[in-house]
Ligand binder design. Structure first.
Ligand code: ASP
Length: 343
């Protein structure tokens, strides 16, 4: 009897520690960072924005709110910041417009929402979330998505809001290269850079993912990339969350985000192994490039990429922002936790 009492007491004492999930937030501000096209002031501003995004998302997690709240809070900060190719500061299409794509996904329920080709929505990730929560659909495009935004009270802005001089000049350069025949295909002049994304693990052990982008400079014909396509640029389930950034056509063709999670589930690969396999082997073998952020339900994370740099960072329970831009910078990793299944 006394032994049984002692066992119960021990279990009760151990329970809170075993149950507690240390929240983790991982973000990216896009692969394809080229050192030579970044001034020290721009680099410092982008790093500061990453820290602010981590703080905004972490605040949600620390307050016990769902992973999706952290994802949208972090992405909103980056969409509002002109240094990233999402929301304000998005790249221009061939016709000189900004057409924005975004998606969010909730891991445990596998509910998802996405929008593509919107031109007036200040924060496309928030509209993607509204699609998920307030419609029976997963994906809406163009004018229809904007009509839904208006109905739901999601903030709309004049298209001029998104314009930055730097992005405009990038389009002019791409158009000149195209005219000079320096590229063999439209896609070769369509440079990718600065997409934003977030993946989060909340105190309940639930994961979520989100991605937002202006796509690729000089895109045309209503081109849509991987970011708003569930499974390609954005994916989350109970065990894994991924947001990708890179040459979207290759992420679409390889269903990259889902493939990373599938490798983790079926092959028992770690986030690092699965991320490296898809981002640094499968995609480059086909001719693509880019990066991704990967988070597992035990807080293990990976940030593989194969470009000169990728804006990236993470924040764990201690609230310390870890941020990096270039390939040679290394970041510490969070301590492993018990997985949801183990709890
Ligand atoms: N993946 C995005 C797209 O293809 C671009 C990027 O990540 O920079 O639309």
């Amino acid at each position: 009897m006394r032994t049984r009492f002692a066992v119960v007491l021990l279990l009760l004492m151990a329970a809170p520690a075993a149950m507690a999930v240390q929240p983790v937030l991982v973000i990216h501000g896009g692969a394809g960072v080229v050192r030579s096209s970044l001034t020290p002031t721009e680099e410092a501003a982008a790093r500061a924005a990453l820290v602010r995004a981590l703080e905004a998302g972490h605040r949600e997690l620390a307050a016990g709110r769902p992973a999706l709240d952290a994802v949208t809070a972090a992405i909103t900060v980056l969409e509002d910041d002109p240094h990233f190719n999402a929301g304000k500061g998005a790249v221009f299409t061939h016709e000189g417009k900004n057409e924005l794509d975004a998606a969010v996904m909730d891991g445990v329920t596998r509910r998802a929402g996405s929008v593509a080709g919107v031109q007036r929505v200040r924060n496309p990730a928030l509209l993607a979330r509204t699609v998920m929560e307030k419609s029976g659909h997963v994906m809406m495009v163009g004018a229809g998505a904007e009509a839904f935004a208006r109905e739901q009270g999601v903030e709309l802005v004049d298209p001029a809001y998104f314009r930055t001089e730097k992005r405009w000049q990038q389009l002019q350069k791409a158009l000149r290269e195209e005219a000079a025949g320096q590229a063999h295909t439209d896609l070769e002049t369509a440079k990718h850079f600065g997409t934003v994304g977030a993946v989060a693990l909340d105190q309940k052990g639930h994961l979520a993912a989100g991605t937002s982008t202006g796509g690729m400079t000089n895109k045309r014909y209503g081109r849509v990339g991987d970011a708003p396509i569930i499974g390609a640029g954005t994916y989350a389930d109970a065990g894994c969350a991924v947001s990708g950034t890179g040459w979207g056509e290759f992420y679409l063709r390889t269903v990259a985000a889902h493939d990373i999670c599938a490798r983790m589930a079926y092959l028992n690969e770690s986030p690092q192994q699965a991320g490296e396999a898809v981002i640094n082997q499968v995609i480059p073998q086909l001719g693509g490039d880019g990066g991704a952020i990967v988070l597992r339900a035990d807080g293990a994370l990976a940030m593989p990429f194969n470009t000169e740099g990728m804006y990236r960072g993470w924040m764990g329970a201690d609230g310390v922002a870890h941020v990096a831009v270039f390939a040679e910078e290394t970041l510490p990793r969070p301590a492993p936790q018990a997985t949801a299944e183990a709890r």
